[in-house]
Design a protein around this ligand. Structure first.
Ligand code: 5AD
Ligand code: FES
Length: 358
């Protein structure tokens, strides 16, 4: 591969983020796709997503589930409902189920540990948790119960911007997601993180530094999607400042592809989803183009239909009406259409490059 794509520093990545020339971008897409194929192959792993609770104590300035969004009806699934979704994931042949929620302390350490144990006993699926910033004791208990992976996006590597879009709550002290990601690895979880593309206040340099941080943390999974304005949030109402003109990143489909491609080139072995937020910007092609520009994972939604619309992180989310069966059939068709194959097995992180393995 062209030297220009290997071991890029932050300045070179920033130059790519600003690139507009179509033929040069074609070369970037090709390099990312080649790197994807060489490192993680043609399999596209399906992770069955279950949005288990929409309660949240946090006040994230971009997220529709924020505590201050008071006229949102909240739900928390029962363990029987969650187990039914996990069995559905197994029936569809998925290797993993992802349990995601707002930061909800109604989800207690013991209750969730039981749910994880039961999923493992009944299905043998890999279990990924995405439940926000939780205390060490919770993470330890859930790992002991059999949870395999944990997702926690750091959202931005710029501390000042991070603090601006994550106002404090009285429940916990200063948030340190980077420390929690390191801790997750120590506990033996595969650790996933990621950022939104185009949040007001995010500069090109910030975004390039985010990608450099993915590499530095040696993440096992990396999710990136465009920021989508939610009218019931401060960022969605443009109440927070943008970066100076010429420095603010756009929250576009194209910028998201650039970040996906650079992420694959920086972290060749990572599992990288083509996200629902991307599909929301381009329902016809977004997932496919994501898979052709670095991604190797999709996350079909298994959340029962009556809850889906209530898990409104951002508006007009793709596939909000689809049943689990529709989503499953649709994803498989999309994978096949672009000449890829649905993955088998748990689809964990591969360690191919000795230097990256620990
Ligand atoms: N637009 C796009 N993505 C969002 N997320 C939260 N709010 C939004 C939004 N308005 C992403 C965050 C979070 C993940 C679960 O969803 O990155 O970590
Ligand atoms: Fe979700 Fe088609 S992409 S149902």
């Amino acid at each position: 591969m062209d030297e220009a794509f290997l071991n890029m520093d932050v300045r070179e990545m920033e130059r790519w983020l600003r690139e507009e020339d179509e033929s040069r971008l074609e070369a970037l897409w090709r390099a990312a796709d080649d790197t994807r194929r060489e490192n993680v192959g043609d399999e596209v792993h399906l992770r069955g997503l279950v949005e288990i609770s929409s309660f949240c104590i946090r006040r994230c300035a971009y997220c529709g589930l924020r505590a201050e969004h008071r006229n949102l009806q909240r739900y928390r699934m029962s363990s029987d409902e969650i187990l039914a979704c996990a069995r559905e994931a197994r029936a569809y042949g998925y290797g993993t189920t992802v349990l995601q929620s707002g930061e909800d302390y109604g989800i207690t350490r013991e209750w969730l540990a039981d749910v994880v144990r039961e999923i493992k006993a009944q299905t043998a699926l890999a279990v990924t948790l995405s439940l926000g910033e939780r205390p060490d004791e919770d993470l330890t208990a859930w790992r002991e119960a059999g949870a395999d992976r944990y997702l926690l996006r750091f959202e931005t590597s710029d501390r000042e911007l991070y603090d601006r879009i994550h106002p404090p709550t009285d429940r916990q002290g200063l948030s340190d997601r980077i420390a929690m990601l390191k801790r997750l690895k120590q506990l033996g979880y595969e650790a996933g993180s990621g950022v939104m593309v185009g949040i007001p206040g995010q500069s090109y340099t910030c975004l390039a530094q985010d990608i450099a941080l993915f590499r530095e943390l040696d993440l096992d999974m990396i999710g990136v999607g465009p920021f989508i304005a939610h009218p019931d949030t401060p960022l969605g109402r443009s109440e927070l400042p943008s970066a100076p003109q010429g420095e603010q990143t756009p929250n576009t489909e194209l910028m998201t592809y650039k970040v996906l491609a650079l992420t694959r080139l920086s972290c060749p072995e990572a599992n990288i989803p083509s996200t629902t937020a991307l599909a929301t910007l381009n329902l016809a092609q977004g997932r496919e183009l994501g898979l052709q520009r670095g991604a190797n994972i999709v996350m079909p939604n298994l959340t029962p239909v009556q809850y889906r619309a209530l898990y409104e992180i951002y508006p007009a989310k793709a596939c909000i009406q689809e049943s689990a069966g529709d989503c499953h059939a649709c994803m498989k068709a999309r994978i096949r259409k672009i000449g890829r194959v649905p993955g088998t097995g748990p689809g964990g992180r591969k360690h191919l490059n000795a230097s990256a393995a620990h």
